[in-house]
Write a protein of this length. Structure first.
Length: 351
DNA sequence: TAGGCCATCTGGTCCT
DNA sequence: AGGACCAGATGGCCTA
């Protein structure tokens, strides 16, 4: 499920509250256990340092007065918890808590980094941890498939791969990033990814991903959607405008002006159903030459909109045409078109 | 109100 | 011995 950043703020707040509750930096009062419980369990604590047990001289384990038939405990004798020991224990515990907090913060930072390189990053609608991991797994798998097969997948399969095993809200979010209707690419419901992962091997993916995804019954969530920005696809690195796939964009972006816009680009301008399948199999090998590029042609508007994604050399714009029916009309902005081209190139370009 | 998600505390275990 | 890592417990916040 997606969640808002308010949670984050709440957590920060709770941290502050803790500080208030325990000025020394730790041991907030907790519901069930609380202070009493801690005190209780402290009595069972085996303390380590006995050097400074000044006052009360080590009453070594006052013999359990309940000397009934209980077997004597083995092991090192428990020492009575003096105030000094208690103090040391608390300090130790506080330090351990602080370390654990930092550790978890580091983990969350790493997760946040992952969110940013995975498709569908939104500052306002964060993916949950588990969904981020799932999406990342799917993303890695999908990209690996492209590299392994050397073939361009169709968009539907690619999106299906991304959404495999994701929750419905997350799937909707991904769909929103692509301005797709989830119903159009999520025909079946399947519980979890590993079960559907086809066996590895060249024969496993004859030209498309065989991903299945959880079924969707709901439409798109309300805006704001996240975006499928180019940097997600290219793992864009600072100072490396196009990322590792830069050579693929020769003659595509350069001719069209500046490279990419900063992160959080506007949503892709594809709307509506992809009711007809792409015909990218018609693209011949010759079409996938160095200068291969997609360009999106937006339909005339309305439900009857028709858009075609063209692939092919510059001489013949209709080479490798990908027909997409039902696209909502869109007044093509060169900016959007550029983004779309880049993204589609990243997805479909034959490596 | 239930359920999901999260941060934090805590004690145990393993490693250096 | 101390730190890292882990999993369970707990409570807060948010949404349907």
């Amino acid at each position: 499920m997606t969640r808002s950043v308010r949670d984050e703020q709440a957590s920060v707040e709770s941290e502050e509250q803790q500080e208030l509750r325990s000025p020394t930096g730790g041991e907030p009062e907790r519901g069930g256990g609380g202070e009493e419980e801690e005190e209780d369990h402290l009595h069972h604590l085996e303390d380590d340092d006995d050097d400074d047990d000044d006052e009360e001289e080590e009453e070594e384990e006052e013999e359990e007065e309940d000397g009934e038939n209980k077997p004597k405990r083995r092991g090192p004798k428990k020492k009575k918890m003096t105030k000094a020991r208690m103090q040391r224990f608390k300090i130790r515990r506080m330090k351990a808590n602080a370390r654990e907090r930092n550790r978890m913060h580091g983990l969350n930072d790493a997760l946040e980094s992952l969110r940013k390189v995975v498709p569908c990053y939104s500052k306002t609608q964060k993916l949950s941890k588990i969904e981020t991991l799932r999406l990342a797994k799917n993303y890695i798998w999908a990209l690996s498939e492209i590299l392994r097969s050397g073939k361009a997948p169709d968009l539907m399969s690619f999106v299906q791969a991304l959404c495999k095993g994701l929750s419905q809200p997350t799937t909707n979010l991904v769909a929103g990033c692509l301005q797709l209707n989830p119903r159009t690419f999520l025909p079946e419901q399947t519980p979890d990814l590993p079960a559907h992962l086809p066996p590895a091997g060249p024969a496993a993916y004859p030209g498309h991903f065989s991903y299945q995804s959880p079924g969707l019954t709901a439409g798109l969530p309300s805006p704001p959607y996240g975006t499928m920005e180019p940097s997600h696809i290219f793992n864009q690195v600072k100072g490396q405008p196009y990322g590792p796939l830069e050579p693929f964009f020769d003659g595509v972006l350069v001719s069209d002006g500046p490279a990419f816009d900063p992160p959080l680009s506007p949503p892709l301008s594809i709307n509506g159903n992809f009711s007809s399948s792409f015909k990218h199999e018609a693209v011949t090998a010759a079409d996938y030459d160095k200068s291969f590029s997609f360009s999106v042609h937006y339909g005339g508007g309305g439900a009857g909109g028709h858009a075609a994604i063209y692939g092919g050399g510059g001489s013949n714009p209709r080479c490798g045409e990908l027909q997409v029916d039902g696209l909502m009309g869109y007044d093509g902005h060169s900016h959007h078109e550029r983004l779309m081209n880049a993204q589609l190139n990243a997805i479909f370009h034959d490596s």
